[in-house]
Design a protein around this ligand. Structure first.
Ligand SMILES: O=C(O)CCC(=O)C(=O)O
Ligand SMILES: [Fe+2]
Length: 206
């Protein structure tokens, strides 16, 4: 049965599977969110990465940047680039999301969706380096986008939550092992959006 749910502004969490996602609207206040949207867009050394799609390489339809202090991890072996050093505002955000997440993070991936044509395709962040049940804290600023999740073994079991300016979404449980998520393109004429996913990368060899 189709379980796609769209909820109003205030009560979005009510319809979501609470064992895999927790949604907190207005986690960062309006003034701070406005400032972070502007300064992160302006000050981040954004990159558009090439990813392998079958036999060709394509540019990701969004810009990214990666920060962290994960000393001692062999990034080459993990197929990752070395992260940039934490900035003061990213460290401040990390301190805000950690008590709600219940763990400490050592890296953050920034995504910049320049308009409705930017997106991230269905995927899961099941990197062995985070373990199979990682907790990921996702903070959003700017244009509201729909975050869709669907069960891997039954694509009809899906939910959608609108990630608002200043919101926090906690991904947990088997969201990465049993589900996929995406930010779909939209034809709506919308402005830019920044998303930050705080992660705990662990070296599988230790
Ligand atoms: O932009 C978002 O809300 C999600 C980003 C995401 O899924 C990722 O970076 O792995
Ligand atoms: Fe993701």
């Amino acid at each position: 049965m189709e379980q796609l749910s769209f909820f109003s502004h205030s009560g979005q969490s009510a319809g979501l599977p609470g064992d895999v996602v927790d949604y907190h609207a207005g986690f960062i206040d309006q003034e701070k969110s406005d400032l972070l949207l502007k300064t992160l867009i302006r000050d981040t050394p954004w990159q558009q990465r090439l990813v392998k799609m079958y036999d060709r390489e394509v540019l990701t339809p969004r810009l990214t940047a990666w920060y962290g202090n994960t000393d001692g991890i062999d990034y080459g072996a993990l197929g990752k680039s070395t992260p940039m050093d934490w900035t003061a505002s990213l460290l401040e955000l990390k301190k805000l999301v950690e008590p709600v997440s219940g763990i400490s993070f050592n890296s953050v991936l920034l995504n910049y969706y320049r308009n409705g044509r930017d997106s991230v395709a269905w995927h899961s962040d099941k990197e062995t380096v985070m373990g199979s049940h990682p907790i990921i804290a996702s903070v959003s600023f700017g244009a509201v986008r729909s975050f869709d999740i669907r069960k891997k073994e039954n694509h009809h079991e899906k939910y959608s939550v609108r990630l608002e300016h200043g919101s926090l979404l906690i991904m947990k449980g088997d969201l990465q092992s049993g589900w996929e998520h995406r930010i779909a393109k939209t034809t709506e004429n919308i402005g830019p959006r920044i998303n930050l996913t705080f992660r705990r990368i662990m070296d599988p060899s230790t």
